[in-house]
Design a protein around this ligand. Sequence first.
Ligand code: PGA
Length: 252
Amino acid sequence: MKNIVAGNWKSNKLIDEAQQLFNDIQSIIRNVEKTEVIIAPPLPYLGQLAALSNSKLSIGAQQTSAFGMGAFTGEVTSEMLKSVGVTWVIIGHSERREGFGETNEVVRKKVRSALNNGLKVILCCGENLSDRQSNDHFEWVGNQIRDGLSGVSAEEMNDVVIAYEPIWAIGTGQTASSAQAQEMHAHIRGIVKGLFDETVGNHCRVLYGGSCKPDNAQELFSQPDVNGGLIGGASLQADSFAAIVSASEMQH
Ligand code: PGA
């Protein structure tokens, strides 16, 4: 089972900058062996960059529509993403949950739409600071996972990865400690085992996200239940992203 390192570029980079960054990353990571590398650029560039993707570097969208094809002005559907060569889609990122009204119900519909159309899913979860301080974080994340995965079959879980991203760590420079990450990742894996079975749980990759940087990636990735990372800020420069990929390559 390979680790995954995924770069979430969020709403950054104009097309020329995006193309340059993609080229730079592609050339640095061409010898990668133990890590699946994914880049999630802004939506308008997906087709152009997906045309250049290869077995070492695949393309993800940062979200998808909860609806199918039809009269939904402005929506971009899973069918469309698939048709331009997108492989993965990030669903339920906290910035979409908090800023764009994505409830667990919407997340569940998006997961269904992605899987129905042959996209692989990075399902995000994570608590805010007050939930952690009141010790409700396990329950909160558990509910996000149970709701997001409701209706997903054991077989479909081959195409689902979970990303644990504590909201208090995203873009703040305040990373979860490796012990905090491990503890929550083990909890998440336990939930997946309970929903499906031991094998599905053991095979489900759980990524960490939230101020993951070159200097903490190795420590985080060395935890038994951390199978890579979802990287925001540090994915916007080729050298820092590549350093995080290298940290993943050093794991067994
Ligand atoms: P960050 O973002 O690495 O900038 O904290 C992670 C994410 O939001 O996916």
